[in-house]
Design a protein around this ligand. Structure first.
Ligand code: ZN
Length: 143
């Protein structure tokens, strides 16, 4: 026997007992499934409790949803940490970045000044450079 939670068009909830899924479908087709309270054969099968539980269960390793503000603060913190480790190469930023990109010198974290034109040239050459958003202390802002 299987038990389905059923609901009629008048919102009565009841249990329907059937020999099998096929038996349920067969009875349903012949409109033999009727609400015990009002006799309506306009009934629908509700999701069984186990299935509902499955659908509601969140994966155990899912991270808690982070607010946009938290994410922004995390990014800013990461950026500050990056800046603290980066060597300040000042006006030589574009030159140093380019030499690292072409492996003339070992790669390292650097910061410094670049003009808007230099920055565009770096990006066009496929060199990753990050213009700092306002509010981040440092000397790396675009001139
Ligand atoms: Zn009913």
């Amino acid at each position: 026997m299987i038990v389905f939670n059923m609901r009629c068009s008048a919102q009565h909830l009841f249990e329907g007992w059937f020999r099998s899924q096929e038996d349920y479908l067969s009875q349903r087709e012949r409109e033999l499934v009727a609400c015990p309270a009002c006799g309506s054969s306009s009934v629908e099968r509700l999701l069984s409790a186990p299935r509902l539980n499955l659908a509601a269960a969140a994966p155990a390793d899912a991270p808690p949803p982070a607010g946009a503000e938290v994410a922004a603060a995390e990014r800013l913190r990461g950026l500050r940490a990056l800046l603290a480790r980066a060597e300040d190469v000042g006006e030589n930023f574009a030159e140093e970045a380019r030499r690292m990109h072409y492996e003339e010198i070992p790669a390292r974290s650097i910061r410094g000044q670049a003009s808007a034109r230099e920055f565009v040239e770096l990006v066009e050459e496929g060199i990753t450079a990050l213009p700092l958003p306002p509010g981040v202390p440092g000397e790396g802002e675009l001139n």
